[in-house]
Design a protein around this ligand. Structure first.
Ligand code: HAX
Length: 442
């Protein structure tokens, strides 16, 4: 057995013991209430699920297993996957073992390419990626072991096997989608001895003589890895997985959610806003131009893309890391300069506007500028990049769910009639209480 499997085999019994005791002793303690507003409003803030791989405190932003994501800005995505799974970074030997696992599992089955080639030429890259993942379901080791009859304490093992298979193949699939969808020529084979992100950049076929784009992609794949459990894609993966659907079914379901414009697709709109701004002011909008343009956007009843967040109340540390990378490597790039100036002006404008609870930039405010600089200009592909990274969070959450024997998810839904009856019953009770209090006073 390779190192990650060994490490988890050691850790999982400890987690089971610790969490088992916690639930046994405190199972009836309340940790959340739900209001009618929350029930109709996307369950915002309802604490009703567990995710130990990462958390998003509003005042700091993403912590991956307790480590601020900014502190991982020099790490490899492989190291971050190991961290997500185990709670600690790998040593050199364990990292090498994981990289060897990826290399050994990287070959994409030939039928995947045939399926993709049969799709309409204008299919969305996200649809192509999800189709490729779903059609590989026949490879699932979890399903095969389950069909043979497996003890539930063993579920995590083939779940991890499927996850490693999937993660190992994703860069080749995504790069294949890129070259096919945007007519870039033949697929490029992976090369031995390169890291996960270096190989991905090589297979995309975008020129990178300095290796800077590969470093940018390394950062991109680290920063998007996970964002706790309740966002659409993570929650969907967890929900589908809770039925013991294998990782191919679960991850492709989650990525279908990431493809939505309110979730992973937002990044392309941000770059569009910046590019339009540059076009309008001959590539050099002044701070006053930016202020005017931001107000025009707001007065037109639109949001300023890349700013605001449902949970965060500070600048997203992922934006901070992207901005630093851009300003360190290409401060004079027209788009990067505007991204930086927008950051200096827009929070002030949003504060004056007074609506957004968080006037600060989110992850999407800067990431597109970096990709664009290195020549990756096909906006509809950006969510595919997000997906490769986020699959690490999804897979590690699935392994954790199977390790802990997570139950099938089944919250109780209620009807509007039921809610109305509760409101009426409460009003009746309140009236009775008031009448009683009044009678007592007399
Ligand atoms: N520009 C203008 N108005 C904004 C705003 C922005 N950037 N951010 C929030 N507001 C407005 C909201 O539209 C809302 O207005 P109404 O009361 O008229 O509905 C009000 O401020 C309060 O909203 P909020 O509570 O601060 O924010 P929400 O939790 O409702 O929404 C969003 C969070 C990220 C969706 C929101 O800030 C937004 O639309 N931002 C711009 C789009 C964007 O950057 N999306 C990417 C998010 C990152 C992500 O999660 N990617 O996966």
């Amino acid at each position: 057995m390779a190192k990650l499997q060994n490490e988890l085999a050691k850790l999982i019994p400890e987690w089971r013991k610790e969490i088992g005791a916690l639930v046994k002793k405190n199972g009836s303690m309340k940790i959340s209430d739900v209001t009618i507003q929350q029930a109709y409003g996307g369950m915002r803030g309802v604490k009703g699920m567990i995710c130990d791989t990462s958390e998003v405190p509003p005042d700091t932003g993403l912590l991956v297993r307790g480590i601020p994501v900014g502190e991982l800005a020099d790490n490899l995505p492989e190291e971050v996957f190991y961290l997500l799974c185990t709670g600690h970074l790998p040593n050199k030997r364990d990292l090498k073992a994981l990289q060897d696992e990826y290399a050994a599992r990287a070959k994409v089955p030939a039928y995947v390419w045939k399926v993709l080639e049969a799709m309409p030429k204008d299919s969305h890259p996200m649809c192509m990626l999800d189709t490729a993942i779903l059609c590989m379901e026949r490879e699932s080791k979890f399903r095969k072991e389950y069909d043979k009859g497996m003890h539930k304490s063993e579920y995590w093992k083939p779940t991890l096997e499927d996850s490693l298979d999937l993660l190992a193949k994703l860069p080749a699939i995504a790069a294949g989608v890129y070259r096919m969808r945007f007519k870039k020529g033949k697929r490029i084979a992976p090369k031995k001895g390169l890291t996960w992100s270096e190989n991905f950049v090589r297979m995309l076929g975008i020129k990178d003589p300095s290796g800077e784009f590969a470093d940018c992609m390394r950062l991109y794949l680290v920063l998007h890895c996970d964002h706790e459990g309740g966002n659409v894609s993570a929650h969907t993966t967890h929900l589908v997985g809770s039925a013991l659907s294998d990782p191919y079914y679960s991850v492709s379901a989650g990525l279908n959610g990431l493809a939505g414009p309110l979730h992973g697709l937002a990044n392309q709109e941000c770059l569009n806003w910046i590019i339009e701004l540059n076009k309008k002011f001959n590539g050099k909008p002044s701070k006053e131009d930016i202020r005017k343009n931001a107000w025009e956007t707001l007065k037109a009843g639109k949001v300023i893309p890349g700013y605001g967040h449902a949970v965060l109340r500070v600048s997203d540390p992922r934006f901070v890391a992207f901005r630093k990378f851009g300003m360190d490597h290409f401060p004079n790039d027209k788009i990067m300069r505007t991204v930086n100036n927008v950051f200096e002006i827009v929070p002030e404008v949003l504060r004056e506007h007074g609506k957004a609870k968080n006037p600060w930039p989110n992850v999407d405010a800067g990431s597109g500028a970096l990709l664009y600089h290195y020549g990756l200009k096909e906006f509809s592909f950006y969510t595919v990049l997000f997906s490769i990274s986020r699959a690490m969070g999804m897979c590690s959450q699935l392994v954790y769910d199977r390790a802990l024997g997570a139950s099938i998810e089944r919250p109780k839904s209620v009807t509007t009639r039921w809610v109305t009856e509760q409101v009426k019953a409460k009003a009746k009770k309140d009236r009775a209480r008031k009448a009683k209090a009044k009678a007592k006073k007399k």
